[in-house]
Design a protein around this ligand. Structure first.
Ligand code: 48F
Length: 267
């Protein structure tokens, strides 16, 4: 068979465009493709929810690839291991209650399982703003969509207007930066659902407390927006945990379950 460069080009443009058009109106938009965002995406897609994940970088995985200080192993405890078991990711016992997993196997398997479950990943796109609308009355506003642009535009500081997607629920899984919640705090004119009404900020490292609080803090932080992973602790003012990843995985699973419940309650 002779190859035609024009056909190759058209195939890419047409199929990408179709995927993009099919995902302009979502049940769930996930911002950030680190461990918490990917796990959330996987469980939502497994329940046939319409979900897309936006990742600024070329590669998904966030802080997973590098393990601890570029030693590419991660650590999980018993509860975190259960999520890895469900995904078919191998673990290696270290001492009672501690397991390691290969960071590269974890990242690639998680990405692959999420995509095969039906998640559409839009990498090289950054979410630069949100769409906020009044919903149930004059006092009630909620995030109903995202404002996205190419990372290349952001990096080159080009003056190019963004495009938009609508989503019933959004997950801020942007990690330590907690980007979405900072944008909402700055622009919404409303209080966040935190004690102070603002992003409370991340505290120094305390693995034991942080692993538990990640799960407690995985919840709605502004109407329509849930926080997961490190963004949950940064939003609600808890600690970082370093290269133990159980909390991240369990946070992704919990946020998916919370949103699935909300979506099913509405129908
Ligand atoms: O930082 P990241 O891995 O988030 P996470 O799921 O996991 C945290 C751990 O990796 C580690 C830790 C736990 O032990 O403390 O740090 O909470 O992944 C966040 C992803 O979000 C992307 C970013 O490039 C990264 O891949 N991201 C951040 N802001 C945006 C974004 C944005 N505005 N638009 C698109 N992607």
């Amino acid at each position: 068979m002779k190859l035609d460069e024009q056909v190759i080009t058209r195939a890419i443009i047409e199929h990408f465009t179709q995927k993009w058009i099919d995902h302009l109106d979502l049940e769930v938009a996930i911002v950030g493709g680190g461990p918490s965002g990917l796990v959330a995406a996987y469980y939502l897609a497994k329940k046939a929810k319409k979900v897309a994940l936006f990742e600024r970088k070329l590669s998904i995985g966030g802080g997973l690839w590098g393990g601890g200080m570029m030693f590419n192993q991660i650590v999980v405890q018993d509860e975190g291991k259960e999520v890895l078991d469900e995904l078919g990711i191998s673990t290696n016992p270290f001492q009672t209650g501690y397991f390691t997993a290969d960071a590269v196997e974890t990242t690639t398997t998680l990405g692959s399982k999420a995509c095969q479950a039906g998640v559409k990943v839009f990498n090289l796109m950054c979410v630069e703003d949100v769409i906020i609308r009044q919903t149930d009355g004059p006092e009630t506003t909620a995030v109903v969509g995202l404002v996205v642009n190419w990372t290349a535009v952001e990096m080159a500081k080009l003056h190019v207007d963004p495009l938009t997607v609508h989503a019933r629920y959004t997950i801020d899984a942007t990690g330590h930066a907690t980007e979405l919640m900072h944008i909402i705090e700055k622009k919404s004119g409303s209080r966040l659902l935190t004690q102070t009404g603002k992003v409370m900020g991340e505290k120094s490292l305390w693995a034991e407390v942080a692993e538990h609080s990640t799960l407690e803090n995985t919840r709605e932080a502004f109407p329509g927006v849930y926080v997961a992973g490190m963004a949950a602790n940064a939003t609600f003012g808890s600690y970082r945990m370093g290269p133990i990843f159980g909390g991240m995985l369990l946070s992704g699973k919990k946020v998916a379950e919370l949103i699935i419940q909300r979506l099913e309650d509405r129908t």
